[in-house]
Every structure is written in C-alpha cells, then in structure tokens.
Write a protein that binds this ligand. Structure first.
Ligand SMILES: Cc1ncc(COP(=O)(O)O)c(C=O)c1O
Length: 382
C-alpha cells in the first residue's frame, strides 16, 4: 500500500509534458498575468472553476502561496488600523505564517469541540476595531456551516487546504468567503507533490492575486509580486487528481464510515463525535475521533497491534515560540483536544480496502476494551 497512487494515463501525460520541454506556463516578461492558454496550469484553472462552481481559480506553487496571495489580495483595501486576522490555533503553521507575511497579525480563537473549527461564538470575543478579517480553517476535511462567521460582517477567507472537494448545500469548501485556498501537497486529497490554488468569486481579488502570484511589478503595475507560479508537471498531475477527486473522496468517506460504524457504542467511544463525523460534509483528509482517558496508553496498545494512531494534530500554534505572543486568552477546548483526547487515523487513504477500515476498528475496539491490564480506561457504554 502506498499513497498517493498515479494512473498509467497520468504517467503518460506527465511524460508528454516533459517531452514538450514547456515546463512553465508563463512567458518571461509577457504582458499576460494568467498562464498561457495552451498550458496545463491554464486548463487546471478552468477545470477547478467548473468543478467547484467558482468564478476564478488561480493556480499557485503551494497552498501556502495561495494563502499569502489570498490575504494580500482580499485585504489590500481595509480600514485604517485594521491589522489583525482572527484564526484557529489548531492548524498547520502556514495559516498563521501567511498572515504575518502579509503584514498582518494573527489572533487565535478557540475551536468547537466537535468540528475542531472556530465559530461565531469563539471568534466574537476577539473582534475589535483592529480586526481586518477572519481566516477560517476547514480542518481534517470537514466543511462546517460558515453562515455564523459570515454574519459577523467581516471578510472571511477559507483555508481549505485540507478540505478539497467538500461541499455543503451545493457550495464547495473554499468558495463561501471572499477567497479560499487549496493545497495539492503530499497526501492531500489532490496529491501532486506540491502546488495549490486560490479561488474567488471576486474579479478584483482574482486580478490582485494574479499580480501577487506572478511578479506583478514586471508588467507596469505598482503592485509588487512574487513567483508563486505553478509548475507544468504539477498542474498535469493535479488535473488528474481533480478528475478522480470525487471518486477518491467517496472512498475516504466509505472507509471512515466503515471504521466508525463498527465502533458505535464501544466503551469510551465519544458517540457525539462519531455521529458528527458521519453526518457532516466531510472528505476525511484524516479521520478524527476522541478517547476520553488514557490516550497515550490506548495509542501504544493500537501500535502493538499494528495500527498507527496519531495523538492530536500539530502543536496548537499558540504554544509555538513564533506565534505565542498573538494569544490574548485561554483556549481551553483546543488545549484539551491537544493534550488529552483527540486521536487521528491518518491511514484511511483511498488505496485502502474496506476490510482494512474494519480491521482498524477491531484494533481500536480491542485496545479500548482491554480492561484488565488497563484499569480505569474502560467504562461500560450501556
Ligand atoms: C490547513 C493547512 N493550511 C495550509 C497548508 C499549506 O499548504 P502547502 O503545504 O501546500 O503549502 C496546509 C498543508 O499542509 C494545511 O494543512
């Protein structure tokens, strides 16, 4: 088993791109800010727009680049003194790094214990005159209802790097706010090694983003930009990833359902999270669950039986030296998830069989119910 996998047609098309010798989609010092119309990057952008029902897609070199460009483009014009962006501390560092690199400051809000995302209620206490925007993170593949956040009246940008293809009521993750971002790195739902994309329904934000992504200043604009352009081989792989995205996302859902269904009612199982996990619009970049006590012992029991379980996600950003000073308040929910309860099943990738998912559930069940040698862990669920 090895993820990601690439089809023979993808390999052929990558070879064709290599043989063409045209590995960049952009003309040096050309007038055009978009990829050339013959390019893979151009085709990917149009295909993303169609797939996610959004007006503009801008191919980027990474999800981080897309985040940096989206903040720069969406917040270019903002109230004087509005310098802060409220975001989640339970995210990859790139979310907060991009805020700082855009000349703004992150403010960390606590998360909801069931969606692991910031909400209207957790964000509200942090809103001040200095707030420029909210950078919401669709974590682990889950796309929550964002209407509460949107109702706060601030620009909402979506870090959807982990939720590519998740949809709710006909809208795709990343397309609800003023701009959204996707990552195509590593084992993401469209895995192309590296790469990313920015999406927006605003002509102005798209235009500004293109300046930021492709050396805007070369073309007579006052806007400075960087090289955040997508490589043609990456675009070719990402196009294939997009083609099979829905099928692969469905596979991730089927695997998570098979595993979680087999665990319904198990001792110490947090049934609330199970129910949420199965009901929500989710593309299961990873499958989260909670164990209420003795997490490290539970994880070592799973490991002994051959199932790797990750304790928590990355260290919450408000505990990292680079970001510590941007936290004004206690964040008890995220701290509890991180220190005590949250577990991640990261191996339910689309190349796995349903029997693997059921076997994983069996190991989780055994590890939770091994009561004799783990006094205090087991509590009857009936
Ligand atoms: C939530 C989140 N934001 C941003 C990124 C950055 O994406 P990339 O690695 O493509 O730069 C990632 C990727 O790991 C992520 O998970």
């Amino acid at each position: 088993v090895s993820w990601p996998t690439f089809t023979p047609q993808c390999r052929k098309d990558v070879d064709r791109v290599l043989r063409s010798g045209r590995l960049t989609a952009y003309k040096a010092n050309g007038k055009r800010l978009e990829p050339e119309t013959w390019s893979q990057a151009y085709a990917l952008e149009r295909e993303m727009e169609k797939a996610f029902k959004v007006k503009h897609a801008v191919a980027c070199s990474s999800g981080t680049a897309a985040l940096h460009a989206s903040l720069g483009a969406a917040l270019a014009k903002r109230r004087a003194g509005a310098t802060e962006v409220i975001t989640s501390p339970y995210t990859f560092s790139a979310t907060a790094s991009a805020i700082l690199l855009a000349g703004l400051e992150p403010r960390f809000a606590d998360v909801d214990p069931h969606t692991f995302c910031i909400t209207k209620e957790t964000v509200k206490p942090h809103v001040t005159k200095k707030t420029a925007a909210i950078l919401h993170v669709n974590l682990f593949g889950y796309f929550p209802d964002l209407s509460g956040l949107v109702s706060l009246g601030l620009p909402v940008i979506e870090d959807s790097c982990q939720a590519v293809g998740a949809s709710r009521g006909g809208s795709y993750a990343g397309t609800v706010g003023v701009a959204g971002t996707y990552s195509f790195n590593g084992s993401k739902n469209i895995p192309a090694g590296e790469g990313g994309c920015l999406v927006t329904n605003s002509d102005k934000v798209a235009e500004k983003a293109r300046l930021l992504v492709n050396h805007g200043e070369n073309f007579g604009s006052t806007q400075v930009g960087l090289n955040y352009r997508m490589h043609e081989v990456v675009a070719c792989i990402a196009r294939h990833g997009l083609k099979s995205l829905e099928e692969r996302n469905q596979r991730r859902r089927d695997l998570a359902y098979a595993c979680f269904e087999a665990l319904t009612g198990v001792g110490f199982w947090d049934t609330q999270i199970t129910t949420w996990t199965m009901a929500g619009p989710n593309v299961y970049y990873v499958a989260p669950f909670k164990v209420l006590k003795n997490r490290s012992r539970f994880i070592s029991r799973c490991a002994k039986r051959g199932l790797p379980i990750q304790a928590s996600y990355t260290t919450p950003l408000h505990h990292l030296k680079a970001f510590r000073k941007y936290t004004a308040r206690e964040l008890p929910v995220v701290d509890e998830l991180h220190k005590k309860t949250l577990c991640l099943l990261t191996t339910l990738t689309p190349d796995r069989s349903l029997s693997y998912a059921r076997k994983a559930a069996g190991i989780i069940r055994e590890s939770l119910e091994e009561k004799k040698r783990m006094p205090g862990l087991y509590e009857p669920w009936y």
